[in-house]
Write a protein that binds this ligand. Sequence first.
Ligand SMILES: [Fe+2]
Length: 488
Amino acid sequence: MRRRRRHRCDQATMLQLLPLISLVLLLLPSPPVRGQWLDPESKYSGDQTEYTRPNADLDLRLDEPDIAPNPLGGPEQVFISQADHTGTAFTISWSSNRTMGSRVFYSNQPSSYDLSATGGSSTYSYADYTSGNLHHVTISNLTYSTRYYYRIGEGGSDDRHLVFASEFVTPPPPGPDSSIKFAIVGDLGQTYSSNVTLSHIEQSGAQYLLNVGDFSYADGYQPRWDTWGRFMTRYTSKVPMVFAYGNHEIEFDNAVDAVKPHDGFLSPNTRFSAPWQSCGAVAAIYYSLNVGPVHIISLNSYVGITKYTPQYNWLLSDLEHVDRSVTPWVIIITHVPWYNTYNAHYMEGEVVRSAVEYFARKYRVDAIFSGHVHAYERFKRLYLYEEDECAPVYITIGDGGNREGPAERFQVIPKPETSVYREPSFGYGSLEIINSSLARWQWHRNQDKGDVIADSVLIESLAGMNSCPLPPQPSQPRYDEHELLQSY
Ligand SMILES: [Fe+2]
């Protein structure tokens, strides 16, 4: 009897606890799914190979060797970037927590370092954080398609904590006969999945990295900008990075007197470098450059771009002055996609799309790469939501692997004809410019830590499409603005 009574009591207790247990189970993160589409209502459009599709991942632990600080305060967080419009000058940027000169020794011969250049350094403060000394040194008059070796740090020392040495290759000369390969990544962050993505990019053989925004996911916690810089150094000290800012680059601090549009990008503007002076822009918030046969435009999704704003006027002038006989390829990198069928950030790019899509079509931009949505999606050539052979290809590549996890749900179901391929897995893209008329785009999925090409397509340049008629007038944003504002 006693035993039976206790049993009834256990059952009753269990019944009482059931809602609590259910709540706990609901709050637990869902485990990674193996070989199963995450949105059961959607139709999977690509390779259905089984693998474990990751969920949100953790940031790299602060004691991981790749992101631990330099114990002697010497050079770390090294980035190189193109410093002029055509690729004969490069800026080498780094951070140091010890006092050191902003000087770079370099040569096109290994271990020679017989040339040198000096630059400057600055710090910035954000709340109770003060950055290390952030150095920028530009080396100029470089030869195209040439390997350069450089060394930063204190002369005479060979301690790797006081001296940093690396090398990079300059781009081919601007011109239609050049070829080049880009790696394109978005929303990378600094998780263990980000690390897998970066390892795959390292193996890609790309000559430039195009980063479509949301770099570190520091979100105001400035030491995570430092760890991101250390995390990236193994690649960005060798391969130039061209970037477009995302929303995670916006950090407003009450202590910062933010009166100009670029003031809100305090940390990246101080840490990184871009050739904005050589294209008539006002800061690294938007700019353009030529890399071999490609004219690259970096647009800012978070600075005004509607009619007559400075970014709008600059973009029109920039597009008007592109010489397709020199750069037959024109691409745009920008954070928020203009076309998107995922639930995440659905139609968030409508204001920008409706403001400048007409000009992207008029000037026959070949492709527009975006991030923001943590997934991959490739569209056909589109204008005003319809197929148009004279309009850009749209690609979302926001799947770098940050801690917020993949965008798992779709807004448009079933997949519309205009979206060729969509999948919320981690990875990166590669764009190989084969010649003046043909490029190969590939999406590389992180598949159980392997690098698998899950989508591949040849893209033809629009440079020769002189017969394209002028596009019809641009449309207004399609969403109900009142409804959108209420959702914020
Ligand atoms: Fe974003």
